[in-house]
Design a protein around this ligand. Structure first.
Ligand code: ADP
Ligand code: MG
Ligand code: ZN
Length: 489
């Protein structure tokens, strides 16, 4: 029977705070065991927790960026269970209401169409400590440095249909949260990890199958491997007419297999109840609005802004699609000293010359030795006519590759386009005088000969004349010469 894969993710991200969620112990990674601890995070009787305000802001920020609703009031509960590294005997988490609800993130589905993975909720909770197993001595030690570290848990709806989709979703989410500063996201340190819930059902059936839950995956590759393995395992069970059990699984990355840890507990096993030591959490609408203004701009916003700057659709899209291009463009515009037209000029230089160069070199624009500041200078020289189009094209490769300052290059090599009209007129007269035969042909009606004369003038000026203006002045010079040599006589 053909089966659909159904996946829902629970992602834990460590919030980027200096101190823990309910005390002021540092959250730093890798300290001597049991040095970053106090009465609160080791669960001493009578010690009272106080919530870290920054953790709340970061959680709300994540929600805003993901289109969630931020609840003005949320509540911490005790989620009771026993672990040797959980000194309180409960995890302080949010059941109802959580800090954020709803939202989603768009990915590309396996059939190539855009697809929104909906979020169920985002809640805050504290992390547990760590058990360190000493195999040699046959003992287990407990390190509570991590106990009380602030996390958000992001729970998706079961909207994901394959390992590839899950990995794309996670990479996108990770990138977004890191860019927002919500988490540092160092996966090897466990700052971004996820539980994968996965089940199979007959193709097209509206009823979800029984799920396995693979715990604590901390690399994108493991997520992909674990899902593929689990699809295979469940498929075999169904093919043999068996039943998949709801259980919690561990992924053994050495063997590439999942293995059962325990049968799944139900929510009521945790005996959630409101944590009496903490008041409800309030976040004011003003603060939420301030956080909203601090968000980096989303793709639609960016697109609108670029069009408003006078860029064409394709140009805006180009800047948004190439990694680092939009940031580069924005920095160049910040460095631009001239009048309003900067955006279009910078963009066309990037589009025609700079981005193709970067692509050829295989570097991001931001890594190029030709910095946005230099681009702003180049755009300025092109805009005020100091450098003609052809000169810019000639110089581009060298400027970009060596990160040269275009203003210096123009000065040192005497490249500035001749803007002095009398100087250009003198050159035009010189060209006409040096080519009497061609001049006569032109006067006899062979207008095509003009481009030959323009070429001569460009050469004489070492490429520093503007070709259209040169043509105009040549025509004027030819006309003068014509009357002078006697058609009227
Ligand atoms: P818990 O794991 O704490 O019991 P939930 O029941 O809320 O919590 O589900 C957690 C995750 O499992 C969510 O991401 C949800 O989308 C996903 N999920 C729930 N049922 C299924 C299913 N049958 N198949 C795959 N994923 C599921
Ligand atoms: Mg779960
Ligand atoms: Zn502490």
């Amino acid at each position: 029977m053909e089966m659909d894969t159904v996946i829902g993710l629970e992602i834990h991200a460590q919030l980027n705070t200096r101190t823990k969620l309910f005390c002021s112990c540092p959250t730093e990674f890798g300290a001597e065991p049991n040095t970053n601890i106090c009465e609160v995070c080791t669960g001493q009787p009578g010690a009272l927790p106080r919530m870290n305000g920054l953790a709340l802001e970061l959680a709300a920020k994540a929600g805003l960026a993901l289109g969630s609703k931020v609840n003005e009031r949320s509540l911490f509960s005790r989620k009771n269970y026993f672990y040797p590294d959980l000194p309180n005997g409960f995890q302080t988490s949010q059941l109802d209401p959580p800090v954020c609800e709803g939202g989603g993130l768009e990915i590309t589905s396996d059939d190539g169409t855009p697809k929104r993975v909906r979020l169920n909720r985002i809640h805050m909770e504290d992390d547990a400590g760590k058990c360190v197993h000493d195999e040699l001595r046959g003992i287990t030690k407990v390190d509570l440095n991590r106990a009380g570290t602030p996390l958000i848990e992001i729970v998706t709806e079961p909207d994901i249909s394959s390992a590839r989709e899950a990995v794309e979703f996670l990479k996108k989410l990770h990138g977004l949260l890191v860019r927002l500063g919500v988490t540092k996201g160092r996966m090897e340190e466990g700052e971004f990890r996820c539980d994968v819930n996965i089940s199979l059902k007959p193709k097209g059936s509206p009823v979800l199958g029984v799920r396995g839950e693979i715990k604590n995956l901390n690399s994108f590759r493991f997520v992909g491997q674990a899902i593929e393995y689990e699809i295979g395992r469940q498929t075999e069970i169904y093919a043999a007419g068996g039943r998949v059990l709801q259980e919690t699984l561990h992924f053994d990355s050495q063997k590439g297999e999942t293995r059962s840890l325990r049968s799944k507990e139900e929510a009521h096993d945790y005996r959630y109840f409101p944590q009496p030591d903490l008041p409800p959490v309030y976040i004011s609408p003003d603060l939420v609005e301030r956080l909203r203004t601090e968000l980096p701009e989303g793709p639609e916003e960016a697109f609108g802004r670029l069009l408003a700057l006078g860029l064409k659709d394709v140009q805006a899209r180009l800047l948004m699609d190439r990694r680092g291009a939009l940031e580069y463009f924005d920095s160049a515009r910040d460095a631009w000293k001239g009048p309003v037209a900067g955006a279009a000029r910078i963009c066309s230089l990037m589009e025609e010359l700079f981005l193709p160069h970067c692509q050829k070199e295989g570097t991001s624009p931001l890594e190029s030795p030709f910095t946005p500041d230099l681009m702003a200078k180049l755009a300025g020289l092109a805009e005020d006519g100091t450098l003609g189009r052809r000169k810019v094209q000639e110089l581009a490769e060298q400027l970009f590759a060596e990160g040269l300052d275009p203003e210096k290059v123009v000065k040192e090599r005497g490249l500035a386009q001749i803007s002095d009209e009398s100087e250009l007129a003198r050159l035009a007269a010189e060209v006409v005088a040096a080519h009497p035969q061609e001049a006569a042909k032109f006067r006899a009606g062979q207008e095509k000969i003009l481009s030959f004369m323009v070429g001569k003038l460009m050469k004489l000026s070492a490429g520093r004349a503007e070709p259209r203006r040169a043509g105009e002045l040549l025509k004027a010079a030819l006309a003068v010469g014509g009357t002078g040599s006697g058609t009227a006589g």
